[in-house]
Design a protein around this ligand. Structure first.
Ligand code: PEP
Ligand code: MN
Length: 356
């Protein structure tokens, strides 16, 4: 018997590769079918017991020349690839995904539309401190033509000894001042028990970065029909951000806006790192409006204009900025809030770009 030539052996290998490819593709199609069944049943995609059983069966059937460890390793790679396939299929089915809805969601804050058309500017103090303070900001922003004002009444502070906000009293101030100037309002709610009550006072409920994965709060936000402004978590991936939004939308509240507010990195030149790439990625992956909070992401007043322009150029549907009549005396975020003159300069700086 003659020994086969290298070329003959290589041809043989090529044929086996093609068989393997066909088998792997067949296997992947079955995996997709299993994924659909699991999706309908609401069963988790990853089943460690089943995976262990499959590996034991394969090891028991292994006659070499690969040793058991290698067989386990190879099949684990196949299992992982299958799981990834099921998960990317699952992602396509998220209600917040662009695959599920092609056209942009437009969020209606009364007669103000967010998403799909003209970008929006939201301005206001970090915290609601007094009627007088909010009134001064409201007047300044109204004078520029801005129609949505922010202001925190419940403040999630790092230290329990810092100002925690005026609570419901703060919401009452916002309502009173907004009524006077014909403005819409946004304020953060931190307790699921306040979600329903909030709509008596404010037009948009903000869910803050620290609460992006407070699932009970997200579920409560999904039960009402008040628009929600969901902030990206301090160290949340885009995938986690979208899943947090899914919690709200899956409960029936489709009026959700996403807002990038900077993420934690090693960089110390800014308070957080503004992830500008999150804007086009979120716009591509989701139909929800995407905004950028230039104040919390940078923590610096001197780079707000270029950051706001970058956000709008990247496709953001709006910008958020903090304004205080006297930042030096502010009860929170004193260093980063613009005073009224600075705000007016910021506004015209952004406006000049023609992007707003
Ligand atoms: C805020 O916008 O008031 C705030 C606390 O921001 P963040 O949740 O993004 O830190
Ligand atoms: Mn703030």
């Amino acid at each position: 018997m003659t020994t086969p030539s290298l070329e003959q052996l290589r041809n043989k290998l090529n044929i086996i590769n093609h068989h393997l490819l066909e088998l792997l593709s067949d296997r992947a199609r079955v995996v997709q079918e299993i994924g659909d069944v699991k999706e309908n049943q609401g069963t988790p995609k990853f089943d460690p017991v089943r995976e262990k059983e499959m590996l034991s069966e394969l090891v028991a059937a292994n006659k070499g020349p690969f040793d058991d460890k290698t067989i386990q390793h190879l099949f684990k790679q196949i299992f992982q690839a299958s799981l990834n396939l099921q998960e990317s299929e699952h992602k396509k089915h998220l209600l917040v995904s662009r695959n599920k809805q092609k056209e942009d969601t437009v969020v209606h804050i009364g007669d103000v539309a967010v998403g799909g058309s003209k970008p929006l500017m939201i301005a206001g103090p970090c915290s609601v401190e007094s009627y007088k303070q909010v009134r001064l900001v409201a007047k300044a922003i109204k004078d520029t033509g801005i129609s949505v004002m922010r202001g925190g009444a419940f403040k999630p502070r790092t230290s329990p000894y810092d100002f925690q906000g005026l609570g419901i009293e703060g919401l009452k101030i916002l309502k009173e001042v907004a009524g006077e100037f014909g403005l819409k309002t946004i304020s953060e709610i931190v307790d699921p028990r306040h979600i329903e009550l909030a709509s008596e006072y404010i037009d948009v409920i903000q869910i803050g970065a620290r609460n992006m994965q407070n699932f009970e709060l997200l579920k409560a936000a999904g039960e009402v029909r008040t628009p929600i402004l969901l902030k990206r978590g301090l160290a949340a991936t885009i995938d986690e951000f979208l899943h947090a939004a899914e919690y709200i939308v899956s409960r029936g509240n489709t009026q959700v806006m996403l807002i990038e507010r900077g993420i934690r990195t090693y960089e110390k030149a800014t308070r957080n790192t503004l992830d500008i790439s999150a804007v086009p990625i979120l716009k591509q992956e989701s139909h929800l409006p995407v905004l950028v909070d230039v104040t919390h992401s940078t923590g610096r007043k001197d780079i707000l204009v270029p950051c706001a322009k970058a956000a709008l150029a990247a496709g953001a549907d709006g910008i958020m900025v903090e304004v205080h009549p006297d930042p030096a005396t502010a009860l929170s975020d004193a260093a980063q809030q613009l005073n009224i003159d600075e705000f007016n300069r910021f506004y015209s700086g952004v406006k000049e770009s023609g992007l707003l």
